[in-house]
Write a protein that binds this ligand. Structure first.
Ligand SMILES: CC(C)(COP(=O)(O)OP(=O)(O)OC[C@H]1O[C@@H](n2cnc3c(N)ncnc32)[C@H](O)[C@@H]1OP(=O)(O)O)[C@@H](O)C(=O)NCCC(=O)NCCS
Length: 144
C-alpha cells in the first residue's frame, strides 16, 4: 500500500469555497456557497499528500458549536477522510469546553453522524429540495 500523508489544518473561508462548490452546489454560482458569517467561523481542511480533500466549518455561539459545509471531494469520498476530519473537530471542541455540537444534517447522511453519537432531534426542514434534520451531541466537559 502507498504511504499517504494526512494533515488537518485551519484554513481560510475562501479556501473552502472551491470544494463546497464542486461537491455541494456545482450548478449554482460560487457566491451561493458563501455564508454571511464565514469570516467569524473557523474552517478546517484535511490534506491528503498536500491536497485539500475534505473540509468543515465551525461556528461557535454561546458555547455551542455548529458545523456546516462538511464536504469531501468526490474522488476522495468513502475512504474514511470525512470521518477523520469530523472526529478531530469533535475532539477539539471537547477540549475547548463547548457544551453542544449540532448540525443541519441531510437526512440521507444521518446514519453517518449517528456513528459519532450525534442524535436526531424533532426539528426537520426542507431547503433547496433537500430534507434536513437537526442533529446534536451533548459534550461532556473533560477539562481538569
Ligand atoms: C458527508 C461526506 C462529507 C462524508 O465524507 P467522506 O470523506 O466520504 O466520509 P467517510 O469516507 O469517512 O465515510 C463516508 C462513507 O464511506 C464509508 N467508508 C469509510 N471508509 C470506507 C472504506 N474504507 N471502504 C468503504 N467504505 C468506507 C463510511 O462507512 C461511510 O458510509 P455511508 O456513506 O454509508 O455513511 C461526503 O459524503 C460528502 O462530501 N457528501 C456531499 C456533501 C454532503 O452531503 N455533506 C454533508 C451535509 S450534511
Amino acid at each position: 500500500m502507498k504511504n499517504v500523508i494526512l494533515e488537518i489544518k485551519q484554513i481560510t473561508s475562501s479556501e473552502t469555497l472551491p470544494i463546497r462548490h464542486k461537491v455541494m452546489w456545482p450548478n449554482e454560482p460560487i457566491e451561493y456557497v458563501k455564508l454571511p458569517n464565514d469570516e467569524n467561523a473557523r474552517h478546517f481542511g484535511l490534506f491528503v499528500n498536500g491536497e485539500a480533500s475534505s473540509i468543515i466549518s465551525l461556528f461557535i455561539e454561546n458555547s455551542e458549536a455548529q458545523f456546516r459545509k462538511f464536504a469531501t471531494l468526490i474522488e476522495f469520498q468513502r475512504l474514511g477522510y470525512g470521518a477523520i476530519l469530523l472526529k478531530s473537530i469533535i475532539d477539539l471542541i471537547q477540549k475547548e469546553g463547548t457544551r453542544r455540537l449540532w448540525c443541519n444534517a441531510r437526512v440521507e447522511k444521518s446514519k453517518f453522524y449517528e456513528r459519532f453519537n450525534l442524535k436526531s432531534t424533532d426539528e426537520k426542514f426542507i431547503k433547496g429540495g433537500i430534507e434536513y434534520v437537526i442533529m446534536e451531541k451533548k459534550i461532556v466537559d473533560i477539562r481538569i
